[in-house]
Design a protein around this ligand. Structure first.
Ligand code: HEC
Ligand code: HEC
Length: 351
């Protein structure tokens, strides 16, 4: 481990300790080389791409936000999130144009994945879940390998970016414990007219599907439940929250007011039963899409996390500037690597 990284870890430990008991921590900054240290840990992304489960829950409660946590959040946001979400969180980072669905504009204050009523901000735990576990089938990757305190800091930064919309914090709804009954849910699916958008068997082929848009008028059709993973997560609780609170900024309404918790449990069970038709083959296609996005990011040298070996991307970029064709393959010989700027894990390069 590089000396700077070791110092950083010590600083981070001290910071998490003091933040945890509410004291004011000393200023924290991200030294050079820190980002590179994380790139060596690309295994999380590979694990996620191959369908692996990522733990989203925090072991610790959200720390009291203070100046130091906010500063850390702002810095980490620049390192890990700005490429897609933009420096100011407006959803306009360098990678944004290539992504479908596009990265969220946090300043609009519209959040899809909440445990809070439609129209309100998500809880800190909601945001922690999203950024720890990622959103399946989109470019929003998991960040569960960041230290918890860093993830809480990023949560603060997302909330700060949405500050214009910030009202009273809404309470999270409680999840019913009863198991859902798919047969009952099937009747509700008909009664609540889910099929008008999702289609009778949830294949994303309802009569109005093709016309559906997001809040900015960009096309956003419903997913094919049979073949696509759910963005929020694949558990009954995940689907329950989607049904109860809706996906703000999309055509997906909230049903918390029109159906009882028991009914929504049943409905979630029915929706999940449609998903059981997912074949591994379809999963593989899904992963290939995500992988292509990441490879594109790596080759453009514009992503802080997925490039694994930053050298390859940097070398391609400098060759492109010099008018030469970017070289293929590993990065062991690039000047950047020789200078130790990111190829510590040379054996892992070129993957
Ligand atoms: C490779 C691109 C990419 C990176 C890097 C990225 N995101 Fe995202 N993010 C997305 C996309 C795309 C979406 C939108 C998914 C959707 O709308 O279905 C998204 C959505 C989100 C949401 C969902 C908000 C909601 O609607 O509930 C949060 C929160 C979020 N990102 C936080 C972050 C944070 C924090 C970071 C950095 C640690 C980050 N993202 C890094 C692409 C990215
Ligand atoms: C007016 C159209 C419309 C109706 C009606 C509708 N949905 Fe949706 N639904 C959508 C759209 C659009 C999306 C995709 C949003 C996205 O990907 O950001 C969606 C997404 C979903 C998801 C996926 C969530 C995830 O994590 O990816 C589920 C589950 C879902 N809907 C269930 C239902 C059920 C059950 C009903 C009926 C009670 C219903 N929807 C009614 C439009 C609709």
């Amino acid at each position: 481990m590089k000396k700077s990284a070791a110092l950083w870890l010590v600083a981070l430990f001290a910071f998490s300790w003091t933040a945890g008991v509410g004291a004011t921590a000393a200023a924290v900054s991200v030294p050079d080389g820190y980002r590179v240290e994380r790139e060596k840990q690309w295994f999380l992304l590979r694990h996620w791409l191959s369908g692996g489960v990522v733990v989203r829950e925090a072991a610790s409660a959200a720390p009291m936000p203070d100046e130091s946590l906010r500063r850390l959040g702002a810095e980490l946001f620049g390192v890990y999130c700005a490429n897609c979400h933009g420096k100011q969180g407006r959803g306009d980072g360098p990678r944004a144009a290539a992504l479908q669905p596009p990265p969220r504009d946090f300043t609009a204050g519209l959040f899809k994945f909440r445990s809070t009523p439609s129209g309100s901000l998500p809880t800190r735990d909601d945001l922690f879940h999203t950024l720890s576990g990622g959103l399946r089938g989109t470019a929003m990757m998991p960040f569960a390998d960041l230290a918890e305190i860093e993830r809480w800091a990023l949560v603060e930064q997302v909330l700060a970016l949405a500050a214009a919309r910030q009202g009273d914090a809404a309470a999270a709804l409680t999840l019913p414990s009863a198991a859902g009954r798919a047969e009952e849910g099937k009747a509700l699916y008909v009664k609540l007219e889910c099929a008008s958008c999702h289609g009778e068997r949830g294949r994303g082929d309802g009569s109005s599907a093709a016309a559906l848009e997001d809040w900015r008028g960009r096309p956003l059709p419903p997913p094919d439940f049979a073949t696509r993973p759910f963005k929020r997560g694949q558990s009954a609780d995940d689907v329950y929250l989607t049904l109860a609170t809706g996906l703000d900024g999309t055509a997906m309404p909230a049903y918390g007011e029109v159906a009882t918790p028991t009914e929504l449990r049943d409905l979630a069970a029915w929706v999940l039963s449609l998903k059981q038709e997912v074949s591994l083959e379809a999963g593989a296609v899904e992963q290939a899409e995500a992988r292509a996005v990441m490879q594109a990011q790596a080759s453009q040298g514009s992503h802080a996390v997925v490039g694994r070996c930053g050298c390859k991307a940097r070398r391609a970029a400098s060759q492109a500037r010099a008018g030469a064709a970017p070289a293929q393959g590993g990065c062991g010989k690039s000047e950047d690597c020789a200078a130790g700027k990111g190829c510590g894990a040379a054996s892992a390069c070129g993957q």
